[in-house]
Write a protein that binds this ligand. Structure first.
Ligand SMILES: *Cc1c(COP(=O)(O)O)cnc(C)c1O
Length: 479
């Protein structure tokens, strides 16, 4: 029943019926795109929203066309995906909040094929028997790291959890106080240990730990010795860290496994790419770590995953743990991981094919030249109220790799002369509200756009054109 009919007393247009709104062109477009039930519900809701103001006599447009247009616009805005593509100009290449590593084209193709078709995920094509899903990456991980065996799980937090639970449940794990880290997203090493059922034995002091500290702590309850990469900080000054190579002989002598949680897990010597050298997975294996844990989507440049490589007898204990079932990878990520690892067989072409390495190794000069080319477009987009200059910047790798490494970069700095931070916050919000949002960072009263992690110049230019139109349509808020 249409309640709007019959109560009309003035010469104002009545509220239209749902059927009249559905007969408009906009409603037909909405029905085509979103289906009839959603369109009817949206039209009904828009009529209901208009009713109080219309009853109160407000001069609002309640024509069927107008209501249909609003209903269509609302359906469109509700249809925008929640997880959206963005342009990362934060200066942090492996930004955890922005999804870390971009996947190589080869891996994207492998994932697409695995999504669309059945696969030999756990099926041995050679004899038709049931196979092991990790076999798709086990050989590659052995070949690339020099380890005897490997397992793959959901992420590195899961790799650490599985390792500790498999080897140290109800028993002691010895860790240096200087390595009891917390990294973002509530990953605290002591909490993970507790969840794994391992009892933590802290040795040394915050800044100094010696081999003797580990040796003195070993007792009948000790299950393993552990090292953790202090991913997001560094202790400077009067410090002493026991390196894995120094700890390995002690572990061997006492018959205890040494676990090395590397965090980022790089497989190449970064100094070949103009970066600081970071200890590689191969280094950790060669140093005598019995198990090494690392992430798939940090410097490795693959999908989210946690990898454990090391001694075959220990890896077998992890693989047999029932927790593994809850932490395992699906066929999509295994496909991406296999394809990504294969790229490492051809190190000469790695920078071309692995986006993470491509972004990290872009020369600063190239980024500064790019900043120069983009300056006009940014100026045009933000309008005369804001100042834009090209600046030298320092990018970070992110996700706990070389936490202090500053990679020279280039970009643009936007300032709002004579205004408080409010104008910059408004501008940052405008950049975030675009169809393809642009994410910069605010520092020292400027909005910085670091170009190191820019993966698509055309998309940025399109976003800048959209921003220009949005800013021009807005009443100027400052002089
Ligand atoms: C990043 C990191 C983790 C957690 O890895 P995720 O893949 O994010 O689960 C664990 N340990 C260290 C040392 C790390 O840097």
């Amino acid at each position: 029943m249409d309640q709007s009919s019959g109560i009309e007393t003035s010469d104002r247009a009545p509220l239209p019926s749902v059927d009249r709104v559905l007969a408009t062109d906009a409603a037909r477009v909405a029905t085509e795109r979103f289906g009839r039930p959603a369109t009817v519900a949206s039209v009904r809701a828009r009529i209901a929203e208009a009713r109080p103001a219309w009853r109160a006599g407000a001069a609002i447009d309640v024509s069927p066309d107008r209501i249909a247009a609003i209903a269509l616009a609302r359906l469109e805005s509700e249809d925008v995906p929640s997880q959206r593509r963005v342009i990362n100009l934060t200066g942090t290449v492996l930004h955890t909040n922005l999804g870390r590593a971009l996947i190589a084209e080869e891996a994207i193709a492998a994932v697409t094929a695995a999504m669309r078709h059945p696969t030999s995920l756990e099926f041995r094509l050679s004899d038709g028997q049931r196979g092991e899903r990790d076999d798709h990456v086990r050989g590659l991980l052995r070949e690339l790291t020099g380890a005897e065996d490997a397992v793959a799980v959901n992420n590195n937090a899961a790799a650490v959890l599985l390792t500790l639970n498999s080897l140290s449940e109800g028993r002691e794990t010895i860790v240096s106080r200087g390595e009891l880290i917390e990294i973002g997203g509530a990953f605290r090493m002591p909490s993970i240990m507790k969840r794994a059922g391992a009892r933590l034995v802290e040795v040394g002091t915050t800044n100094r730990t010696h081999v003797a500290d580990y040796a003195d702590a070993i007792g009948p309850e000790t299950a393993l010795l552990m090292k953790v990469h202090p991913s997001n900080y560094r202790i400077e000054g009067f410090t002493k860290e026991v390196r894995a190579a120094e700890l390995a002989p002690l572990a061997r002598e006492r018959g205890l496994p040494l676990v090395d949680d590397l965090g980022s897990g790089v497989l190449v010597d970064l100094s070949h790419y103009g970066l600081e050298r970071e200890r590689t997975v191969q280094d950790a294996v060669a140093d005598g770590a019995d198990l090494v844990t690392f992430s798939g989507d940090k410097l490795l440049g693959g999908p989210q995953a946690g990898l454990v490589v090391g001694r075959a007898d220990l890896v077998k204990r992890l693989a047999k743990n029932h927790l593994k079932r809850a932490l395992r990878l699906d066929k999509l990520r295994l496909a991406a991981l296999e394809a990504t690892l294969k790229l490492y067989r051809d190190p000469d072409r790695l920078t071309e094919r692995l986006p993470t390495l491509a972004l990290l190794s872009r020369p600063a000069d190239q980024l500064k030249a790019l900043a120069g080319r983009l300056k006009r477009a940014v100026e045009a987009a933000v309008g005369p109220a804001y100042g834009v200059e090209t600046v030298d910047l320092a990018s970070q790798i992110g996700s706990g790799a070389l936490p202090l490494a500053q990679i020279p970069s280039g970009g643009l700095a936007i300032s709002a002369p004579g205004e408080s931070g409010a104008a910059l916050l408004r501008l940052a919000a405008a950049f975030r509200s675009l169809s393809v949002p642009v994410i910069g960072r605010i520092a020292e009263d400027r909005l910085l756009l670091d170009l190191r992690a820019l993966d698509d110049e055309e998309a940025l230019l399109a976003s800048l054109r959209e921003l220009k139109a949005a800013m021009a349509g807005e009443a100027p808020s400052c002089g």
